[in-house]
Design a protein around this ligand. Structure first.
Ligand SMILES: Nc1ncnc2c1ncn2[C@@H]1O[C@H](COP(=O)(O)OP(=O)(O)OP(=O)(O)O)[C@@H](O)[C@H]1O
Length: 688
């Protein structure tokens, strides 16, 4: 146990006696006691390393990939080559324009350079360099013997050099004559050789501080991200606790990653990466680079790890990678990954649709509708997909999808909102129907996991083809129809295995317009530009901001279409695909062609019904059992409640506040609802 010396004087009460042989007290009144250090050691003993297993040693998790990741994808290869070609083209054009000026300068410097080269060759052939000074020294000291010996050495060295020079000169002359006589070199070749010789001579003849070519840029050009730059930039953010560049640690070397550099940084202990991510503009200032060239994001290992990716060029100048789905023969399937976006390194970002649901949120103008469109366009090339789209902005952002939709609703009026509610009711009923179909398919051995399979989805008449339901500006629906949010939540939970893909787009993430339960059950959350932590976490989930997963880094207009998406292998910064109107039209034309030119015909949407009123309608005097009410509802309104089960009905009613309890009817006590409870909720709703 470690002991810490504590010096006491007479007023203090010593707690431990002096340890013999330790340092003496500082004066007569004082004496030393030794107090054990607080707490037990918490660091692993050094020997812990010895307990490493062979699998730890051979673990591949920390291995650097054999081939750099950017070389593996055609898109990142193309982006890198494009960035290099762009630079080369610029340099070539810059110098070509100044060609005449360079010609004059070279003509001026070349004679002097030719003379310098010839003189240097002669001095070399005479082997005088170094030797002359030593001979002079010997002469100054009357040392004839040394002088002669040095001269002999020089002469010996000089002879083969003269021979070499002579041979090279003769070979060059003779070679030139032979080439000229044989006509092997066209005139342009001689001009090129002469220009090359003049350039070499001019280079040798120019003053050391006068370059022949002009400087391409006066500002320091960004060519490489260095540790010093990163350290200085992070320290300049003035984050509490980060004052010394040495506190910034690099777990792996800074390296090229796609068309840019990646610096992975461990911030000081206890500091969260989000603090630096939030200060993207300050980082851009510190690095003296445009904001859209600097991409901080959370590192993969812990909350204090920062990935700082800096592009060779700003994203706005990099151009966009070509969308693979623009190819004339592109076809997708919701069961396999389809490209719908790209990341800052220009790598394609893909997702499957099956068993997924999507929530896209962001402030007005952040690019939500286009984000939704990029997903919809990707799945439109799966000919089995049926769309149901309701957009409550009322401006027809999805109008071109109408030919692919069995239901297309646009507007913010009561009728449009009613139809939105009806889509949800229909989808819930469809989920019930699909549940039964899958059960039957499972019994027949066609759905081993109790899920829709690609084969079942394709099978005509299976009733299990994928359905994509998109609600744009869904907060309008949730705000107007209190039951819609509950219905959407149930649908998202239920739809996963049933081939129904729900996509919600919203600009107002708060408790009423985006109930947290919905956020929780959505698989893929895509947060575009948002104003603050609250909105961010409403979309991405509590704690996302703190972990550095945040849409607050994106600027409202400049970064339209940029956002961060969770739900894949790891959170990624992505830019939605943004095809031109012609490209979008061509994808949709192909999608229509893939469907044989036919618009999907969906089941007519049922009138949106009021479940509470319907429960009263099928209730007895005091209430009803769920097991009786469910078939009664199906019988009276088959389109609205197709084969609803007692459990599903009880779930739906409880979501509306109707308690499920033992109800005695005709002497039998079974789970059901009391009529009085339903009436009370209806009365409260009428007079809130
Ligand atoms: N991926 C993208 N690349 C480039 N620009 C984009 C991209 N996505 C959207 N934009 C730009 O952002 C603008 C707004 O996009 P969009 O209409 O999708 O935003 P929104 O968030 O739905 O807006 P609102 O809330 O007002 O409906 C578009 O007109 C377009 O100019």
């Amino acid at each position: 146990m470690a002991l810490t010396p504590v010096v006491f004087n007479d007023d203090d009460e010593p707690t431990q006696r002096t340890v013999p042989g330790q340092a003496a007290p500082v004066d007569a009144e004082s004496y030393t006691v030794y107090r054990p250090d607080q707490g037990a050691p918490v660091d692993e003993p050094e020997s812990a390393a010895a307990s490493m297993t062979w699998s730890d040693v051979t673990s591949r998790t920390r291995r650097v990939p054999l081939v750099p990741a950017w070389m593996l994808s055609a898109d990142t290869r193309r982006a890198t080559v494009r960035a290099l070609a762009n630079d080369v083209g610029y340099y070539a054009a810059f110098h070509a324009l100044r060609g005449p000026k360079y010609g004059l300068k070279m003509a001026f410097y070349a004679p002097r350079g030719a003379w310098r080269i010839a003189r240097r060759a002669l001095v070399w052939a005479q082997a005088e360099e170094g030797n002359w000074k030593l001979r002079q020294h010997a002469a100054d000291h009357n040392d004839a013997y040394t002088w002669q010996s040095l001269n002999r050495t020089r002469a010996k060295e000089s002879k083969p050099r003269w021979m070499l020079l002579g041979a090279a000169g003769t070979a060059a002359c003779m070679g030139g004559v032979v080439l000229e006589l044989s006509g092997a070199v066209p005139p342009i070749g001689w001009y090129a050789a002469a220009a090359g010789a003049v350039a070499i001579a001019a280079q040798a003849g120019k003053p050391a501080d006068r370059p022949i070519t002009d400087r391409v840029s006066n500002t320091p050009k960004f060519t490489k991200l260095t540790a010093e730059q990163v350290r200085a930039a992070l320290v300049s953010l003035r984050l509490a606790g980060l004052t010394d560049p040495a506190q910034v640690d690099f777990p792996s070397p800074i390296h090229r990653d796609g068309p840019g550099w990646l610096a992975r940084v461990n911030l000081p202990l206890g500091m969260e990466a989000v603090k630096a991510i939030e200060k993207r503009a300050a980082l851009s200032s510190a690095l003296r680079l445009p904001v859209d060239q600097v991409w901080p994001s959370a590192g993969p290992e812990h909350a204090g790890q920062l990935d700082l990716w800096v592009g060779y060029q700003p994203a706005s100048k990099m151009g966009k990678p070509r969308w693979s789905l623009l190819a004339d023969n592109a076809v997708t399937s919701v069961f396999t990954e389809a490209e719908f976006a790209s990341d800052e390194r220009q790598r394609p970002v893909k997702t499957t649709g099956f068993a997924r649901s999507f929530l896209v949120g962001g402030q007005p103008g952040s690019g939500k509708s286009y984000a939704g469109r990029s997903l919809a366009l990707a799945w439109s090339l799966d000919p089995t997909v049926e769309f149901k789209i309701a957009e409550f902005k009322g401006t027809g952002d999805f109008l071109d999808f109408e030919p692919l939709c069995s239901t297309y609703v646009v507007g913010v009026d009561d009728e449009a909102l009613r139809q939105g509610g009806a889509i949800l009711a229909w989808a819930l009923a469809e989920a019930e129907r699909r549940g039964k179909r899958i059960l039957a398919a499972k019994k027949a051995g066609l759905a081993p996991e109790g899920k829709v399979t690609p084969e079942l989805a394709r099978k005509p008449g299976s009733g299990l083809h994928p359905i994509v339901i998109i609600f744009d500006e869904v907060h309008e629906l949730f705000g107007a129809d209190k039951d819609a949010a509950d219905a959407a939540e149930r649908l998202i939970k239920r739809a996963r295995a049933l081939g129904i893909i729900v996509v919600l787009l919203t600009q107002i993430p708060d408790k009423t317009s985006l109930p947290p339960n919905i956020t929780r059950c959505v698989t893929n959350r895509w947060c575009l530009s948002v104003q603050g932590q609250v909105e961010n976490d409403m979309i991405l989930g509590t704690g996302a901001y703190k972990r550095g997963i945040t849409g607050t880094v994106y600027r409202p207009v400049d970064d339209s279409g940029w956002g961060v998406m969770t739900g894949g292998r790891s959170p990624v910064s992505i830019l939605s695909q943004y095809p031109t109107p012609q490209q979008a039209a061509s994808i949709i034309a192909r999608a229509i062609a893939l469907r044989g030119g036919k618009q999907p015909v969906g089941t007519d949407l049922p009138q949106a019904r009021d479940l509470l009123a319907d429960l009263v309608a099928v209730s007895g005097e005091h209430g009803q059992h769920w097991s009786v009410a469910a078939p009664a509802l199906t019988e009276r309104w088959p389109a609205a409640y197709p084969s609803i089960t007692a459990e599903a009905l009880s779930d739906m009613a409880r979501a509306l506040g109707v308690p499920s309890q033992g109800v005695k009817i005709s002497g039998k006590v079974l789970k059901g609802y009391r009529r009085a409870d339903v009436a009370e909720i209806l009365a409260q709703r009428a007079h809130p």
